[in-house]
Ligand binder design. Sequence first.
Ligand code: UDP
Ligand code: MN
Length: 305
Amino acid sequence: MAFITLASNDSYALGALVWAASLRRVGTTKDIAILVTNGVSDSLRNVLPKFFNHIELVNVLESPDPSILEALKRPELNITLTKLHCWKLTQYSKCVFMDADTLVVKNIDELFEKEELSAVSDIGWPDCFNSGVFVFVPSQQTFANLTSLAAKEGGSFDGGDQGLLNTYFSDWATRDINRHLSFIYNMQFASCSYSYAPAFKRFGDKVKVIHFLGSVKPWHYTGSEHANEFIKKWWSMYFSEVHPKIESLSDVGSLSSTIQSMSIQAAADESSVVDDRSASSANWQGQNVPFEVIQKKLDASIQKP
Ligand code: UDP
Ligand code: MN
């Protein structure tokens, strides 16, 4: 049994490292696996074995109808059908797929007791499930069915994996309430805000998985008024579990420009928003960065095994 994620470029791969580290931190007993495309740089691909039990290089499966995604202003989701490759990991009897923009804060191994397809409602349309976290059973046959559905017109009503999976597993909405997972397994934190703050106040401490839904991801911020407690948790995990394992690499200097340009300094002073396109790369190398200070400051309540 395994947890699986997907990364098609270095930014999402960095997210995947933090996700994997977060799963280890809560003491999972399952394998942690990743689907990667050759859009991920060699430098990052080289560090994957430090974080993952299994690494599967896959080809990109593109949406046959990218115009829908352009209308949604999320053209980058064109590649999310690549997720379907997870059904081919038949060496595992059951898996949980999780987006690379999720962070696990409490152990969730109990999800493996659930059946295919179990998932959490989408906050935009709760009769659909959100495809950022789902329990499934690998099967070549299901993979073949899904890819042939994807090729049909209207197979995916949103142009991405979520529309396709909700079409294929359309009985999720009606058939079996046990397949409806609690929101705590996929707390969709859209554009870094809550739509229902009092509920968060009441139930927030039960949350097991934070999902940084939308075009703004934690790796786009390193500090600031936007840095709420979850973004801090993400960075705390990054500093404590990921950075030490990737900075020691001799080729760290050749990591992609996206990652190099993230400013760690901004996390230290927590006073400015830093956009990964404009930040200086000098900070990445760490000379000016008091890691212990940042870590202390950011290390919130991430559960230890
Ligand atoms: N993804 C990726 N490269 C991309 C876009 C998406 O690898 O360029 C993967 C990644 O695992 C990501 C998932 O597909 O978490 C779904 O995309 P995203 O999380 O951005 O969608 P959202 O949850 O915001 O709808
Ligand atoms: Mn996501």
